[in-house]
Ligand binder design. Structure first.
Ligand SMILES: *Cc1c(COP(=O)(O)O)cnc(C)c1O
Ligand code: SF4
Length: 342
């Protein structure tokens, strides 16, 4: 790769890790639950209480540590409802599409989205540690995205000096092994106009074991300023282990922000949203965005009316310091930034 100088010490250290047996987070991921019946059994629920569907594509996937944060015998548990495939997903509603935010048009070269000034988004993998039923990228054509480091994407970034920030997304970039992520970070750091490396990841919330020393080493080991935007929707997602993981990132010098999706039956009440902001800040994380649902096919039952969304945000403003109120936004295809609702 052009302009890339390897750090031999770091590469050796990480490949030793790669050859050793699987790390804690990889073992956890391997033992994730895929069978809805098994999940309901663990929660002492019978599937007659919930209409569950077995799905081939984008099936159930949830690590056991996340299941442990769900309440037993509660079919309305806000964590359970985020992951359990329900019959309602099969309803096809007008206005709900496969690519609700026009990612296809923003894809300048395979695996690189350039929608907004100054930042590009790299699709690093299609995989995630959890399958969120409302995910707006659940139908994305990941198979066509090249692995990172992606030479064509690096050429694109190198050729455009207006790009200051690179966002690793997917899927979830932190399901990739650290050696690959470290190599990618070093390529990016060799491009003079890049200032920041941002990760959009749910792993610190879903699998806090993922925040290990190998991750911190490469993330804070280049001249790039590291930013992590995690994704939590409910305070119950943040238990003591998650709290520790988030604080570890902050202590290592990473700016940590959170984005949430406003979801019917999960966090569409002021009490839940306020508790989430408080729990995040308790872990030294600032709320960044509260997204209204992207209208992806299969997720219509999660949508909260716009009027209600605005009322909820006003209730948050009345109860919290300004820095604990996220921006309520909607992504509108073709617009130069995420659109605030108020
Ligand atoms: C949301 C998004 C970003 C990040 O937007 P910010 O407002 O900077 O958080 C960047 N690129 C794409 C394609 C996005 O969808
Ligand atoms: S972790 Fe993010 S990308 Fe993955 S399924 Fe959930 S919302 Fe989608």
């Amino acid at each position: 790769m052009k302009g890339f100088s390897k750090n031999p010490i770091m590469i050796t250290k990480i490949s030793a890790q790669k050859q050793s047996t699987k790390t804690a987070w990889q073992r956890e991921l391997r033992h994730a639950i895929h069978n809805p019946v098994q999940l309901l059994e663990l929660l002492k629920l019978s599937d007659t209480e919930l209409t569950v569907i077995a799905k081939q594509r984008f099936g159930l996937r949830v690590p056991r540590g996340y299941v442990a944060r769900m309440r037993q015998c509660d079919q309305s548990d806000p964590l359970l409802l985020q992951v359990l495939p329900r019959a309602k997903e099969q309803e096809q509603l007008q206005g709900f599409s496969l690519d609700p935010v026009s990612d296809r048009t923003a894809e300048k070269i395979p695996g690189l989205l350039h929608k907004y000034h100054g930042r590009v988004l790299l699709m690093t993998t299609g995989a995630c540690a959890i399958h969120c039923r409302y995910c707006f990228r659940q139908h994305y054509h990941y198979a066509a995205c090249p692995p990172i480091p992606n030479p064509a994407a690096l050429d694109y970034i190198r050729a455009d000096a207006s790009i200051r920030e690179v966002i690793l997304s997917g899927g979830d970039p932190l399901v990739l092994i650290d050696s690959r992520l470290a190599e990618n970070a070093h390529h990016l750091a060799s491009i003079p106009h890049i200032q920041r490396l941002r990760l959009h990841t749910r792993l610190p919330i879903i699998l806090p074991e993922r925040v290990n020393d190998e991750l911190l080493t490469w993330l804070t080991g280049t001249r790039l300023q590291p930013v992590i935007v995690v994704h939590a929707n409910h305070a119950n997602e943040i238990d003591e282990e998650v709290n520790q993981a988030l604080q570890k990132l902050v202590k290592a010098g990473v700016s940590v922000l959170n984005q949430s999706v406003l979801l019917r039956g999960i966090n569409d009440n002021a009490t839940a949203l306020i508790a989430l902001s408080e729990a995040l800040f308790n872990s030294h994380v600032l709320p960044y965005y509260l997204h209204v649902l992207d209208r992806v096919q299969g997720a219509a039952h999660f949508e909260v009316p716009e009027k209600k969304a605005i009322q909820l945000l006003e209730q948050m403003q009345a109860a919290l310091p300004g820095y604990l109120v996220p921006k309520l936004v909607r992504e509108v295809a073709g617009m130069g930034y995420k659109q605030p609702l108020l």
